[in-house]
Design a protein. Structure first.
Length: 707
């Protein structure tokens, strides 16, 4: 019988052959004749993989796999069990209508806990599934406010979890009573004495994230470890923000007598101050919380203990006068009850922002991921600090969520040519082998070659990285329109991968060359490059993308300079409105969720203080940036046909920004089209709406740049 890895390699062979078929003379890919263009169905229905959660002995891993559908009720999301050795095929271990999240293995590797909403109109609860044989998951929590993010205690007898509760409620009966009282009101009003009042796509409420512990068995009493604590009475209390709410990112102490959480006490000051996140020790037996870190020079969150129990690691973001700072890894000595001495920034010499932390079994190595030159690579460094080395040397694509599995790592990986799969990374060679083939069959036959790349030097002397996505059926002898795809952020980057919302291959499908530029401010090129956007939030990045288009046209004869367009979303949408005000070179523009007025965005978004720093002071101060780098200041120059789109529930770039842009377009009698997605937030994430969006984009561009 052929083993799974061999089967995966055989199935991937056609796609791999396409990737490797590079023209030796020009460096351009040779595309097979039997490939077809990427469609929205291809992008949307590709299976979406979570990052793997490896069991304690490193032999198995759990991964969440979502099988999307345009019918939301037909979408399937389940957990799969993977054999790290690759000797047995992946096994589906859940099969229910609702999805699962927050998987955690028991210390002995015999059970997993996860969060899921499996009953109609019921909040998510914690379930436990036996991994030693067949059986159904057993629900162990029954809180009216739900339960998420389970964490097993070191002895495997208890589970800690989070729940969003009403302030002052001492137990679940009090939470039920308060919920019923609020539902019985004959008014629907939110009252605030804090800032911000909105987050992402919802108005903030006064519910608080609390930490609970109970025995790992059904019906056990769940103890609220934060109820009555001084921390939660502070008006600025909150966990680390997520899109949905926030999280305490709890971890058990090695002795099992408490947990370490991440929280802030000054969220209420976010309009005029940085928000500081620190670590707190929460005793399980009762008693007051104890702050483990403090001060206003850096954030510290997402704690992890070394298996030896003598070190505590956390994600660190230093604070300075700059908007952008690298994410770093901090290390404390742990004496069994407290941190000892000052924090040591072990990544201080690493000029990249880390986005993940995994500790080796021996405790002497820390593995991280970081953006680098449009890729996400895996790096390793000594846990005591020292030189950082690249594990995945010269790799293409994007690695995510690596977990230690004995002498290997297990991670999700994808690239511009290959959809996401779970892979095993060899620590000696840096190469990887696939453990899954969830998307192999769907990707065979698609015309999605690897991106080309080039660099240029901008006016400030910085090297700027670029990707080119080529059109289907690419022929070097033909001329193709050029379409810029400007990434959001700005502290982000255009990665060597496709994207379910903003797919370069899908944009290229009608016959365009797509240019993706990591303008000044992008990440993966060192801290100074990212910080260089401060004080010039639109002009310098805008100059970079225009220079990138000039460079692409100069370098590649297959680009038609007479047919150019630009697209962008979020901060990329900001730049689209800026380009509308600054140049007439484009035949058409497409902007999603972009600001048109700096002060209006500052005063209505769900975050503001960093915008003051970016502009060099508040809008009423002396900084000229607010007017000089403001698209609305040049509305009389608007002349390029533009498609504007926005989600009505977007509180990151509120809908009035797009309405204002539309007003300027109409006032200047510029050809335009406005799409308002009434159910969408900052992202368009309903399948039918996403498909309609892309139909509109392709139709708009075809009107102006297709022959």
């Amino acid at each position: 019988m052929t083993d799974p890895i061999t089967r995966t390699k055989e199935a991937l062979a056609p796609a791999i052959g396409i990737v490797l078929a590079l023209g030796l003379s020009s460096g351009l890919p040779v595309i097979a004749d039997d490939l077809r263009p990427v469609t929205h169905e291809d992008v949307w229905l590709m299976k979406r993989l979570g990052t793997p959660v490896v069991n304690p002995d490193g032999t198995r891993a759990i991964v969440s796999v979502t099988e999307p559908s345009y019918d939301k009720d037909a979408t399937v999301s389940d957990l799969w069990l993977l054999d790290v050795s690759g000797e047995t095929a992946p096994l589906r271990v859940t099969a229910t209508p609702g999805g699962e999240s927050d998987v955690d293995w028991s210390p002995d590797g015999t059970q997993i806990a996860f969060s899921a909403a499996r009953e109609d109109e019921s909040p998510a609860q914690i379930y436990v599934l036996n991994m030693t044989g067949p059986g159904e998951a057993v629900r162990i929590t029954n809180l009216s406010t739900g339960a998420t993010r389970p964490k097993w205690s070191p002895d495997g007898k208890h589970i800690a979890f989070e729940s969003r509760v009403y302030p002052g409620a001492a137990n679940d009966d009090a939470n039920k009573a308060e919920k019923e009282a609020r539902e019985a009101r004959d008014y629907n009003v939110s009252a605030y004495e804090i800032y911000p009042v909105r987050q992402w796509d919802h108005w903030r409420n006064d519910l608080q994230t609390h930490l609970f512990v109970q025995k790992a068995e059904p019906g056990a009493y769940a103890k609220d470890l934060l109820a009555g604590s001084e921390l939660v009475t502070k008006p600025g209390y909150s966990g680390v923000p997520t899109l949905a709410s926030n999280s305490l990112k709890a971890v058990w102490t090695p002795a099992g007598d408490g947990l370490v959480i991440s929280a802030t006490a000054n969220l209420d000051q976010a309009a005029h101050s940085p928000v500081y996140y620190h670590l707190y020790h929460v005793p399980v037996a009762g008693g007051q919380l104890r702050a483990l870190t403090s001060g206003n020079s850096w954030n510290c969150h997402s704690a992890q203990f070394a298996k030896s129990g003598d070190s505590l690691f956390c994600m660190v973001r230093p604070h300075s006068e700059s908007v952008y700072e690298l994410n770093e890894i901090g290390r404390f000595t742990w004496d069994g009850t407290n941190v000892v001495g000052d924090i040591e920034l072990i990544t201080q010499s690493f000029d990249r922002s880390v986005s993940h932390l995994a500790l080796s079994d021996e405790g002497n190595t820390v593995y991280v991921t970081a953006n680098e030159d449009g890729r996400v690579r895996v790096f390793a460094l000594p846990s005591e600090g020292g030189e950082t080395r690249t594990v995945t040397v010269n790799s293409r694509g994007v690695y995510a969520g690596p977990g230690v599995a004995g002498g290997s790592l297990v991670a999700r990986w994808e690239s511009s040519a290959t959809p996401a799969e779970i892979v095993r990374i060899d620590l000696a060679s840096g190469g990887h082998v696939p453990l899954t083939q969830f998307n192999t069959e769907s990707s065979v036959g698609l015309d999605r070659p690897e991106f080309l790349e080039f660099w240029f030097e901008n006016e400030d002397g910085n090297r700027v990285h670029n990707w080119l996505a080529l059109p289907p059926g690419f022929d070097e002898s033909k001329k193709y329109p050029l379409v810029l795809m400007i990434h959001g952020g700005p502290f982000s980057s255009s990665l060597d991968a496709d994207h379910v919302r903003w797919s370069p291959h899908l944009l290229a499908a009608p016959g365009y060359v797509v240019l993706l530029t990591d303008y000044t401010g992008s990440v993966g090129y060192g801290e100074s490059f990212s910080q260089a956007i401060e004080g010039t939030p639109l002009k310098t990045p805008g100059d970079d993308v225009l220079r990138a288009a000039d460079e692409a046209i100069k370098r590649y004869a297959f680009i038609d300079p007479a047919r150019q367009a630009a697209t962008g979303a979020s901060y990329g949408g900001h730049l689209i409105n800026w380009l509308q005000a600054q140049t007439s070179r484009f035949n058409a523009l497409v902007g999603h969720a972009g600001l048109v007025d700096q002060e209006g965005q500052y005063s209505t978004s769900d975050g503001s203080f960093h915008r003051e720093r970016m502009a060099g002071g508040p809008a009423w101060g002396e900084s000229p940036v607010w007017k000089e780098q403001n698209p609305a200041s040049y509305a009389d120059r608007f002349q390029t046909p533009i498609l504007l789109t926005v989600g009505e529930k977007d509180f990151r770039v509120p809908v009035n920004q797009t309405i204002a842009a539309w007003t300027y377009v109409q006032r200047m009698q510029v050809p335009g089209r406005l799409l308002v997605f009434h159910d969408a937030n900052h992202w368009i994430m309903k399948g039918g709406e996403a498909r309609y969006y892309w139909q509109e984009v392709h139709s708009w561009l075809a009107r102006y740049i297709l022959e």
